[in-house]
Design a protein around this ligand. Structure first.
Ligand code: C2E
Ligand code: MG
Ligand code: MG
Ligand code: MG
Length: 290
């Protein structure tokens, strides 16, 4: 009897595995098609300072799936990585992000800086930085307008070539940000060794402030340390006014999160930018009249 049950459980497990495998293979094929059929798109999440002025945005990839609707990176980036498609997706992201920023610049919509996420295989690719430069050269943009976001996953190898690439990026004028700062094993080490312009306090530390005493202390410590090192800080995942006000109180200079704005399609982002200008122009006008 026990043997029968065991066997039943085993084949059930096998069936699960097989179903999962079939799903992955299907997703893999669909993703290859998605790249060809231009089903990927970038959404843009604004970043603000303490005066709530726009200081930049982060480009975040989405997949407009023909049947399943809009998919977030969590639903397809791992499969993309496993299928060896991250290089291609990463190149598409860079093309699209730089083309979009350049169009906005051309239209007079001033976005001070665009942050782009880079995956490990991109930074290890020998031609990565030259291709980045070439894209920019054709766009009329300056490297200073681009911030490269690197997670510990990218920096983990700690190999000298990784270190060198980050230095080259900095030397050529790009801003470097350490994403999800504090979640890795050696965040402090990167900060010491690499020419980083900004660190992004990970959402998991922001989540429970100001109530969570441990996390509040941690965030305070990160902010002090960054100040002492002359590194810029942005807090990500700011969802509530209490978090925002507490972070302001601690002197956090920059913010990104649902409380301020969600990621949105390019057209919506442009619309809001235009609206913000219109409001500003109007209030200037009112002040002049007085
Ligand atoms: P990330 O770089 O840390 O990006 C921030 C993530 O937090 C985004 O999730 C964003 O939508 C989400 N977020 C922003 N504000 C809030 C908030 O207030 N609350 C909560 N709960 N979430 C917030 P998303 O777009 O799902 O992206 C997830 C991750 O996928 C990114 O994390 C990044 O690691 C990766 N990713 C996204 N786009 C790209 C890309 O173009 N290339 C690469 N290599 N990775 C990407
Ligand atoms: Mg990021
Ligand atoms: Mg992050
Ligand atoms: Mg993250």
């Amino acid at each position: 009897h026990a043997k029968g049950m065991g066997k039943g459980r085993f084949s059930h497990y096998q069936a699960d595995m097989q179903a999962e495998l079939v799903k992955q293979v299907k997703l893999d094929q669909e993703l290859r098609q998605a790249l060809q059929q231009r089903e990927l798109e970038l959404h843009y999440q604004p970043q603000f300072d303490q005066q709530r002025s726009l200081v930049g945005a982060e480009a975040l990839v989405r997949w407009r799936h023909p049947e399943r609707g809009l998919l977030l990176p969590g639903a397809f980036l791992r499969v993309a990585e496993e299928a060896g498609l991250m290089g291609e997706i990463g190149e598409w992201v860079l093309d699209e992000a730089i083309a979009q920023l350049s169009r906005w610049d051309h239209d007079g919509l001033c976005l001070p800086r665009l942050s782009i996420n880079i995956c490990p295989s991109q930074l290890s690719d020998d031609g990565f930085i030259d291709r980045l430069d070439a894209r920019l050269a054709g766009s009329g943009l300056l490297p200073q307008q681009i911030c490269i976001e690197l997670t510990e996953q990218v920096l983990l190898p700690q190999a000298s070539h990784v270190h060198q690439r980050v230095e080259t990026l900095r030397d050529r004028g790009y801003a470097i940000s350490i994403d999800d700062f504090g979640t890795g094993y050696s965040s402090l080490n990167y900060l010491k060794k690499l020419p980083v312009a900004e660190l992004k306090i990970a959402r998991e530390f922001v989540k429970d402030i100001p109530e969570g005493r441990q996390d509040s202390l941690l965030v305070k410590t990160i902010l002090n340390m960054a100040r002492n090192l002359g590194v810029d800080v942005i807090a990500e995942g700011v969802e509530r006014i209490e978090q925002y006000e507490y972070l302001c109180q601690l002197g956090c200079p920059r913010f990104q999160g649902y409380y301020l704005a969600r990621p949105m399609p390019a057209a919506e982002f442009a619309r809001q930018l235009r609206f913000a200008y219109a409001v500003e122009t109007e209030s200037d006008f009112v002040i002049e009249e007085l």
